[in-house]
Design a protein around this ligand. Sequence first.
Ligand code: CP
Ligand code: NVA
Length: 312
Amino acid sequence: MSAAAIRHYLQFSDLRADEYAYLFERAALIKRKFKAYEKHRTLHDRTLAMIFEKASTRTRVSFEAGMYQLGGSVVHLTSQGSQLGRSEPIEDTARVISRMTDIIMIRTFEQRRLERFAEYSRVPVINGLTNEYHPCQILTDIFTFIEHRGDIRGRIVAWIGDGNNMANTWAQAAMLLGFTLRVCTPHGYELDRELAAIGRVGSGSGQWEMFDDPMKACAGADLVTTDVWTSMGYEAEKQAREQAFANWCVDARMMAVAKPDALFMHCLPAHRGEEVAAEVIDGPQSVVWDEAENRMHAQKALLEYLLLGRIA
Ligand code: CP
Ligand code: NVA
């Protein structure tokens, strides 16, 4: 692949709205074929390298199973088990791995580290989560919303929790795909406007609103969503965060003021009794297991798109 043709997926704003429309349709087709046990081997003989510098269950399994289903193969590395853990520069690692594989997924800490890797890679690089963004998850969450409720344009999504990687990515998606994101965080944990690229991304029809009362943020929402209080890499702040987020548990009262058919989503892993009450995550409005499964279908569409482009 020539350098000019490489498309990376480092943040949600790396793809356009029309490309997302294609991916959502393609993911639906790929999922239907998977459910019907029909083969879909568009990436025969291609290799995905996955590098994990943080723990994972869903990202690992969804990319690995998905790549095999597409007819390809997978190489799995961790920082501890590779020379990255012994200070080999990320640029050298990128040069080497991208000479041997066709596409690379990385889960790491700073977004800048991922960007440095991508700058030196000969093949497409996918963000499997950084401190700043989690685009594969939001790609999947919107696919899951569409499956259950149709178009997300014009809808209201309430984010109740930390102004973290998930919140930044939801904000980019709102701007790009034309829905409203209500962000409700405790004081001191607000979303970073620069990271969320507010005002820089998208069609202009989406909006972002800030709330300090979770009940108000949930009122009339089509989707209520949250995430852990302490993301990976922030463990030293756990105690302070438990205090700050004490009133940010998505519970039945919050779901009751949302639209009657509102969905609940959580990227998982979840902590019942902290960011979400068991009655909500295990209740009838929760689609968290579809969300988890859909990581695989949405990412298969993404892998295919980055390597092959649109398939008629
Ligand atoms: N949601 C998500 O990315 O899960 P993992 O951390 O298990 O990969
Ligand atoms: N915000 C969480 C998401 C985990 C999938 C984290 O970064 O740990």
